[in-house]
Write a protein that binds this ligand. Sequence first.
Ligand code: ATP
Ligand code: MG
Length: 254
Amino acid sequence: MGQIIAIANQKGGVGKTTTAINLAGYLSFWNKMTLLIDMDPQAHATLGLGFNPEENTGSMYDVLVSGEKLAAIVRSTDLDNLRMVMSNIDLAGLELALAEEWDRAGILQRVLEGVTEYEYIIIDCPPTLGLLTVNSLVASSHIIAPVQTQFYALRGMKLLLNTVEKVQRSYRDCILHLLPTMYQGQQVADRDVLRVMQERFNSSLIKTRDEVLVIPKNVRLSEASSSGTPIHLYSPDCVGAKAYEAVAQEVLEW
Ligand code: ATP
Ligand code: MG
């Protein structure tokens, strides 16, 4: 079985979807058979790869609630080695639909256990710590939490860390990695937050040799997602592309 990586943080707008799309973009570009699962009812990863969630060709709801086979809802993309599971608004009803299940947190894990054709499965989580995210964490060997280098960013960290610890205690020894995002090195506040992260969470930061990997704020990254294209195709030489390329290189070592 390949690596399963959840991109999670209950804080909204921190770069989860951007990270999921571009990580999946590079891995597939390097000939790794990759599946991107959109677990967010907002369907931003679905839109970000140029799909229309209204098409309603199935989502993880069908697999997790109705017992549909995963293969039946996997879609090809414009990228050779990248497949996708789209989101749709059904996912918003998942919590209610699974209310009676005996192991509500482990359903995705059981589904993915039998899936062998992907070297990487990347899961884009919604900005909550509800069942969609918890199922994704439980299913994953690694978790990347994008953290925006802003003053309040660290406030929600404790809740996220507690949730990951619970998953580690009850389900599996998944590894949490923190990825500072939208970093503006010319701003004092950004530098301060990054320094605090290095002091408190040094071992969880993603590094090449001894350099901490940070995603800079880069307008190309937001342009790429609104044009439905991963950054390695939209603007391969911009600083945002180089940063995600470096993260993907590290992921190959996991
Ligand atoms: P949500 O919690 O709503 O799912 P998210 O954590 O998935 O949000 P994104 O959708 O990836 O966050 O990013 C939020 C917005 O910021 C998007 O418009 C995206 O294009 C933009 N963005 C993300 N990363 C960067 C960056 N490094 N530089 C500039 N813009 C960025
Ligand atoms: Mg998102």
